[in-house]
Design a protein around this ligand. Structure first.
Ligand code: NAD
Length: 181
């Protein structure tokens, strides 16, 4: 039995690099993988690699910087596979490299919208809003605890930084961002 048998995973930015590697590993471990990216060719190549190894995967095009597209991605995943257990919100860009005084506001906004807002939008729709579970052990985090909440605006940074620990609740078993950020 593989570690992820009967699990359903979304991996964003899975059309290349780290996201592709994560998608391949999830599939190898038995998960049904939703490969998501804005790059259709990259996504198709990832799907081909997974299927070559007898894995199960589907490509769904989605722009991580769009709240609506993140919502649609979760809906389509559940329509296709009936559940969502794992999410790896990996899509990101390096952005421009320039002195602060020359850095373009558009370039800044783009990085923030994909690398920061994209992670939030992902979790916003992947984690059910009505989750109410008790803390059962050190390994089962309670979404009523601070780790699953965004505490006013400044909390968003600590939320992302801690997302590697914001990983599981006992009712849905959903894991988020265990492998990135
Ligand atoms: N490679 C590194 O050394 C490194 C270091 C630190 C952080 N990271 C982060 O890890 C993640 C993956 O990095 P990588 O090296 O594999 O990069 P990569 O460029 O190889 O892959 C990123 C993928 O994200 C996709 N993508 C870009 N914008 C998107 C959007 N708006 N919506 C959906 N998909 C989008 C791209 O098409 C690409 O397939 C990124 O978030 C990156 O910022 C990487």
């Amino acid at each position: 039995m593989s570690q992820l048998d009967n699990k359903v995973a979304i991996v964003t930015g899975a059309g290349s690099g780290i996201g592709r590697s994560v998608a391949l590993i999830y599939a190898k471990e038995g998960a049904k993988v939703v490969v998501s990216d804005i790059d259709e060719n990259g996504g198709a190549a990832t799907i081909e690699m997974i299927r070559k190894n007898s894995g199960e995967a589907v490509f769904l095009k989605s722009d991580s910087s769009s709240a609506d597209e993140n919502e649609a991605l979760v809906k389509m995943t559940i329509e296709k596979y009936g559940a969502l257990h794992i999410a790896c919100n990996n899509a990101g860009i390096a952005g421009e490299s320039a002195p602060v005084g020359e850095y373009s506001p558009e370039g800044w906004d783009k990085v923030i919208s994909i690398n920061l807002s994209g992670v939030f939008y992902g979790m916003r729709y992947q984690i059910p809003g009505d989750v109410k579970v008790r803390r059962r052990s050190d390994r089962q985090y309670d979404f009523h605890s601070r780790k699953g909440w965004i505490q006013k605006c400044t909390g968003i940074c600590s939320c992302q930084a801690r997302s590697s620990r914001l990983n599981r609740n006992s009712r849905t078993g959903l894991r988020c961002n265990e492998h990135t950020h």
